[in-house]
Design a binder for this molecule. Structure first.
Ligand SMILES: C[S@@+](CC[C@H](N)C(=O)[O-])C[C@H]1O[C@@H](n2cnc3c(N)ncnc32)[C@H](O)[C@@H]1O
Length: 332
């Protein structure tokens, strides 16, 4: 259960309350970062609050949830319509068909678990999890995207789904109590956050002992001097870091294995798993970072084939750098 707690001494004239996000989640309109506290609008009052996730004492029984690539496509169609087979409406394409099944498995999910999804954008992944009976907190900086998530939820919620808590907040200052989260997902999102060190610290802070975070991030074994060379204008702004010309908010960072340790594992004393990769010489070198990228969001069934046929071969035999790595961080 997720609660919003009013501070012990609320500002004059504002009531002390204990409110359930199950009721209030959709009324959170704005995040104000002030020492990890969120601002919640409840009608006229604006109450600074922090969120607490109350954990079940024992692991819930049930089968582990498996979200295969086929199933993610079926969910995407159910959530956004048949048109996504021709052109997707969000970032759902080849990489997500690899990442969502991996993250679901890595978090060892069962019905009734709760996942904190960081940088959800307009992705359907939180909805797919909710359809599998998982409670999801969508934590996203962009209020417009959180509204999209809320509206999508309103339109598609069915009895038996997990609960859904959209939250406008920054992963650099999460309005979440220390040590209160058992499962975190961040799918292709943290590479867009300039202050990644703050995110690493926050991950270490909010994860409970025994908790796990499943992350996917861009990778380089040494140095990336270009990105989408000759295709899109990504300008280097720091080592392994790019911004797309004329596109505000297009910040994109590659990580070495040592960077991942330094930024995401060490600050919170988290244990990093071995890295699994995707997007090597064929899927990235001959498709994603080429002119063929114009088909990236189109005809998603081709990506399903690439996921099922080419990705396993690349992962097994191709020793070149993957574009992205997937790994877990575990708090002992
Ligand atoms: C590539 S998109 C989301 C990908 C999504 N997770 C998926 O599965 O398709 C990255 C998202 O991170 C969000 N973001 C950027 N900075 C953030 C921050 N500091 N805290 C939370 N979200 C952030 C962006 O608004 C954007 O929606």
């Amino acid at each position: 259960m997720l609660y919003l707690d009013a501070p012990a001494d609320p500002p004059p004239g504002q009531p002390t309350r204990r409110l359930s996000l199950a009721v209030l989640g959709i009324s959170i309109e704005e995040f104000c970062s002030s020492g990890g506290a969120a601002a919640v609008h409840t009608g006229a009052a604006r109450i600074p609050m922090t969120a607490t996730i109350e954990m079940a004492a024992q692991r819930r029984p049930g089968r582990p949830i498996r979200l295969g690539a086929w199933r993610t496509v079926a969910y995407e169609v159910a959530l956004n319509g048949w048109r996504i087979l021709r052109e997707t409406v969000n970032d759902f394409s080849l990489w997500r068909l690899i990442e969502y099944p991996w993250a679901t498995r890595a978090l060892d999910l069962r019905r009734g678990d709760l996942v904190l999804d960081l940088g959800s954008g307009t992705s359907s992944f939180p909805h797919m999890l909710a359809k599998e009976g998982v409670d999801v907190v969508v934590l996203e900086l962009d209020a417009e995207r959180v509204r999209w998530q809320r509206d999508k939820r309103r339109a598609t919620a069915r009895p038996g789904d997990g609960r859904f808590f959209p939250l406008v907040a920054s992963a650099t200052h999460m309005p979440i109590r220390d040590g209160s989260v058992l499962r975190v997902a961040a799918i292709s999102s943290l590479e867009h956050i300039p202050d990644d060190v703050a995110v690493g610290q926050e991950l270490g802070r909010v994860l409970a002992h025994g908790g796990v975070a499943a992350l996917t991030l861009p990778f380089t074994s040494s140095e990336r001097t270009s990105f989408f060379a000759g295709i899109r204008k990504f300008v280097p702004v720091a080592r392994n870091t790019f911004v797309q010309e004329g596109k505000p908010g297009s910040f994109f960072r590659f990580y070495t294995a040592e960077d991942l340790e330094r930024v995401y594992a060490r600050p919170g004393g988290l244990l990093m798993s071995p890295l699994a990769g995707f997007g090597r010489s064929i899927l990235n070198g001959r498709y994603h970072e080429t002119w063929l990228t114009r088909y990236w969001r189109r005809f998603v069934l081709k990506d399903l084939l690439l996921t099922l046929l080419v990705h396993p071969l690349e992962a097994r035999f191709d020793r070149s750098d993957p574009l992205y790595v997937m790994f877990t961080l575990r708090k002992r």
